[in-house]
Design a protein around this ligand. Structure first.
Ligand SMILES: [Cu+2]
Length: 183
């Protein structure tokens, strides 16, 4: 007798949980940072900084996770807004911050997460046709050796937006660096 009373109750609770879960999914989707999946890669937190008037270059930052069992490489990209998109590395050389293009691309080892952030690896948008404005979403196509071409958009933050990631290039933990390196 008791079972007959409990069963429908449990069913309706389960149904309510399912509904809430589904609703949460729909509600959460638009506000959540864009997550782009391409093969074994998961790309999140694609952002850029607004470019001050006249600047012809901009930076692109993102986090790439390789959930597969083989390495992949970010070899370059393209964007409507830029003449050229390159993968760059920023490093300290004799006390001077320098950057250089990674001609062989940036390897993302299996099971690893690589963060492109100010002060470390980054995408360089060269020959900008128009300035990047805060609030814009800039469409960029990334090119990976295995995952191929991946379309996503960079959320443009303010000119002096602090780095959301630490300045080390080995995918260090999230850390605010106020007054961090500006490009
Ligand atoms: Cu650069």
């Amino acid at each position: 007798m008791q079972i007959e009373i409990e069963t429908p109750a449990i069913k309706s609770i389960a149904l309510a949980i399912a509904c809430v879960t589904m609703l949460w999914h729909f509600l959460a989707a638009p506000t959540r940072a864009e997550e782009v999946k391409a093969g074994d890669l998961v790309i999140t937190q694609a952002w850029s900084r607004a470019t001050p008037g006249g600047a012809k270059v901009g930076g692109g930052f993102l986090t790439i996770e390789n959930k597969g069992s083989a390495p992949d490489r970010l070899i370059g990209g393209s964007a409507e807004v830029a003449g050229k998109v390159q993968v760059h590395e920023m490093a300290m050389n004799n006390g001077v911050m320098t950057m250089r293009p990674l001609d062989n691309g940036l390897t993302i080892e299996p099971g690893k997460t690589v963060k492109l952030a100010p002060g470390g690896y980054h995408l360089m948008l060269l020959d900008l046709k128009s300035p990047l404005k805060q609030g814009d979403k800039v469409p960029v196509t990334l090119e990976f050796e295995k995952a191929g071409k991946v379309k996503l958009s960079f959320d443009v933050q303010g000119v002096g937006a602090p780095a959301p990631g630490a300045a080390n290039s080995d995918g260090g933990e999230m850390k605010k660096t106020p007054g961090g390196m500006k490009m």
